[in-house]
Design a protein around this ligand. Structure first.
Ligand code: ATP
Ligand code: MG
Length: 158
């Protein structure tokens, strides 16, 4: 189905912002634009839910999570940044593998199965997009994802 992606991103963030119990601030840097992507909404929701849950899980007390979106050529890029412990460089690609978790000590108490990002990668790629991570240990992590969007669809709404 066709989804107004920025509006939908706001909606997902709202849901987490209302439910969160941690002392973490949400900051949105989202453009005011109607950008339509064709996606399976349940799957996109699952992808965003996992990334945001991870960001919350690894955020320190008083941390900030920043949500961004930008329009690239035929692509929309969404990103979610936290100020958590980060991920070592050598592991940045591996976090998208099934059952991979960065270190057992830190993740045992955090729970989870290590499947979330593997599923996210499958889904994003099935939609013709990409997903990747950037991180600095001790400073935080950003997960980026792109989705193709259709300019002609946008014109239909003018
Ligand atoms: P699940 O999502 O299945 O409940 P999970 O969150 O452990 O379990 P993934 O979402 O696939 O699994 O993440 C894989 C691993 O990547 C995590 O266990 C964690 O080690 C690391 N990771 C993911 N997101 C972050 C983040 N924002 N900051 C630090 N480490 C992260
Ligand atoms: Mg997860």
């Amino acid at each position: 189905e066709w989804v107004n992606i920025i509006e939908y991103f706001h909606h997902v963030i709202d849901r987490f912002e209302m439910a969160k119990e941690q002392n973490v601030t949400f900051k949105r840097k989202l453009p005011n634009a109607d950008l339509f992507v064709e996606v399976d909404l349940d799957k996109l929701t699952q992808v965003l839910d996992n990334i945001i849950s991870n960001a919350l899980k690894y955020s320190p007390e008083g941390g900030k999570i920043t949500f961004r979106a930008r329009e690239l050529d035929e692509l929309i890029e969404l990103s979610i940044s936290d100020q958590g412990m980060g991920i070592p460089k050598d592991n940045l690609k591996k976090i998208f593998e099934r059952f991979y978790r960065v270190d057992k000590a830190r993740t045992r108490k955090m729970g989870g199965s290590g499947l979330g990002l593997a599923i996210a990668k499958e889904m994003v790629e099935a939609h013709g997009g990409e997903i990747w991570a950037r991180s600095e240990e001790g400073k935080g992590t950003t997960i980026y994802l792109t989705l193709p969007y259709d300019r002609s669809q946008e014109d239909d709404w003018l």
